[in-house]
Write a protein that binds this ligand. Structure first.
Ligand SMILES: *[C@@H]1O[C@H](CO)[C@@H](O)[C@H](O)[C@H]1NC(C)=O
Ligand SMILES: [Mn+2]
Length: 371
């Protein structure tokens, strides 16, 4: 569906045709006809090829949401360039810009997702790239607070499409969805704190090869309170803070070494079930999908967190996703061919399509297309 609502302004004799979020182009003057743009999102740059223009996620329009709230949206991409919670190789502070670079070609042919039978770039839902949360790299405690407040500011706004107003549910608050570009995995703690302020405890699906629920004394040694919050422990803190709905959360793709079997016990205490990577050989992909679906149910508000070391959650269409992140993309260790950033962008394209198919959120975080 092509977006309607073309607003024409006449300013000093110049006519600007502005299509609300799909595309814009030079429509008058001596160069009319010289430029063209047939891509379904161009970041407002009027670039006519995937290799030109300023990078936004999927060439979506950019709006600096943290400095201005005069643009509404249903789904916002938001960068969290933080990597000082990393145990081994830092560099994910460059993840947001890397993923945007890797996402340039997502809608080269129009963006229609064949298996999911939807085009997230041409739906009635409005999707923006809100830029990055400014995050200090000198003070983790401060940075984590910046991420929580930055995310919460973008989350707690009236969405472009009010699913409740359309009579789809009782009156109440309806929120946009935020997809966060990390950042190392530590960011999921402040993101869940922000989500908690909107939804209370949520269900988490976590794609990763590592548990990330380690007790601080096991992972990192915990010499201080600040050090105890890192990319191996944030789920432990999230569970202890009551941010997770116990017994509904699940990891998929686990293939980590442990300090011992007690790490799995502690993980269960934190509220998770585990799908190990090797289960692909026993129960297969279908079995894994079934296990995840049975664990989370179709009604719980689900937060999706994807560590780039596991891939492709596209089979999870139909769940009630209220937000997501992708983390640990460190372009410095990528190949020159940008394989990792492109893979990250592709994964988010699947997530975005699933969210768009669910429709705008309604009260309590229910997707309106399922009501
Ligand atoms: C979560 O549920 C599990 C399994 O029922 C239980 O063993 C564990 O103590 C619970 N965790 C918390 C933090 O309440
Ligand atoms: Mn992780």
């Amino acid at each position: 569906m092509i977006k309607a609502a073309i607003v024409s302004l006449s300013i000093l004799g110049i006519t600007i045709a502005h299509e609300s979020h799909a595309q814009s182009r030079i429509s008058s003057g001596p160069h009319q006809g010289l430029w063209y743009n047939t891509l379904p999102g161009d970041g407002g740059t009027q670039a006519d090829s995937v290799f030109s223009g300023i990078s936004t996620f999927g060439r979506l329009p950019y709006h600096p949401c943290l400095s201005s709230d005069d643009e509404e949206y249903d789904i916002a991409f938001l960068g969290a360039p933080f990597d000082t919670g990393t145990s081994y190789r830092p560099g994910a502070r460059f993840g947001p810009s890397g993923i945007r670079q890797g996402s340039r070609r997502l809608n080269l042919y129009g963006g229609y997702n064949v298996p999911l039978q939807a085009n997230p770039f041409t739906s009635e839902m409005k999707i923006l790239d809100c830029g990055d949360i400014p995050v200090t790299s000198y003070d983790n405690e401060w940075a984590i607070q910046q991420i929580e407040e930055g995310h919460n500011s973008v989350l707690m706004r009236k969405p472009f499409t009010d699913a409740d107003k359309a009579g789809l549910s009782r009156a109440g608050k309806t929120l946009p969805r935020v997809i966060t570009l990390g950042g190392d995995h530590t960011i999921t703690l402040p993101l869940l704190r922000s989500i908690n302020r909107a939804y209370g405890p949520v269900t988490v699906i976590h794609f990763d090869s590592h548990l990330d629920s380690w007790k601080p004394k096991v992972f990192g040694g915990s010499p201080s309170k600040v050090a105890s919050i890192n990319h191996g422990t944030y789920f432990y803190h999230a569970a202890m803070e009551g941010l997770l709905k116990n017994d509904t959360n699940i990891h998929a793709g686990i293939r980590t070494t442990l300090s011992g079997p007690s790490d799995y016990e502690n993980d269960g205490y934190c509220g998770f079930e585990i799908v190990e990577a090797r289960e692909i050989d026993t129960i297969g992909i279908e079995g894994i999908i079934r296990k995840i679906r049975e664990r989370v149910g179709t009604e719980n508000p689900v937060y999706l967190s994807i560590d780039i070391d596991t891939l492709d959650p596209a089979c999870l269409d139909g769940l009630n996703f209220i937000g997501a992140d992708i983390v640990e993309v460190a372009p410095a260790y990528d190949t020159n061919a940008e394989h990792t950033t492109m893979a990250a962008a592709d994964v988010l394209y699947e997530v975005l399509t699933i969210m768009v198919k669910g429709g705008p959120l309604s009260i309590g975080g229910k997707r309106s297309n399922e009501l």
